[in-house]
Ligand binder design. Sequence first.
Ligand code: ADP
Ligand code: MG
Length: 334
Amino acid sequence: MTSLSEIGEFGLIKRFSQQFLKDLPKEYTGIGDDCAIIPLNKKEVLLITTDMLIEDSHFIRNKISPFDLGQKSLMVNLSDIAAMGGTPVSAFLSIGLPSGYEIEWIDNFFKGIKSVCDEYGVYLMGGDTTRSPERVVINIVVTGKGIASEVKKRSAAKPGDIICVNDFVGDSGGGLRILLENLSYDVDAEYLVKRHNCPRANVKEGKWLSGFRDVHAMIDISDGIESDIHRLMESSGVGTEIELDRIPLSGELTRVAAKYGWNAHEIGVTGGEDYCLMFTVSEKGFNEISQDYEKEFKKPFYRIGRIKETSAGLKFFYEGKLTTLKKHGWDHFR
Ligand code: ADP
Ligand code: MG
């Protein structure tokens, strides 16, 4: 008998997905990307994504305000639309609540949902409400639209591409550690906790990047670079080299890590829940796209490595030397 913890979340998805993928019309994209893709007409596609958050697994009730939780629940779904280069349209929210829950908590949760709907121009158009025996369960489905010729899949990375991320990574992982270890708050620690509890979906950035043919594959970082680069490698059938010293880290994370003796690079690569974009760009497009991006968004994106042939596997380098990582990205069954 094999237990779930042996094969892990991704082993499990692989195990059941093949039977459904094989029946799929070729113009559809099913299990295996940030969103499912269904053609609407010659030009446009429908994007659909869903994510679930469970109390004590994805959040701890007294460590996040209901407003922030509402925002985050929707934001993580919008992030998957961003990862395809799409524009979100509608949201459907199913929620399971223990009967003792205070109405004020629920009101504030929905205020968080509403503020993200307003900010991103998304409509909450349905859902389901049920009683849950003990813990809060939140599931959101988001739909979006994309331009068929521009949508970016995980499967499009090519050997020679430069791997980039568009924000600092590890802040969220650092913030989670502060929450879990009940560490004291200073300005830096507070910033990291905010980055954990209030992530941003990079919808504008994703849409902008998707307009370039030289941007090949894209994914949002939900489980950590180390884990999410595996998804990209498997989908694209490629290998990768990541340069740990190029991983962009915030001053806040660097200072907090120094204070507690954490390895900031390791947190940056394995922390997860950054919800920024990781994408691959052809060598020839890199300079122009990175300069234009900086003009457009008044901030840079960062190159962190290179796509290689499949046989190269996944290699990490630090200051040019081959190295290994201790911790691994988030997997829900391990
Ligand atoms: P993300 O982190 O972007 O939400 P994941 O990497 O977690 O996506 O999931 C990989 C793929 O597996 C996605 O296409 C997702 O829709 C699909 N998937 C995950 N769980 C299930 C499930 N229980 N049934 C069908 N598809 C699933
Ligand atoms: Mg994703």
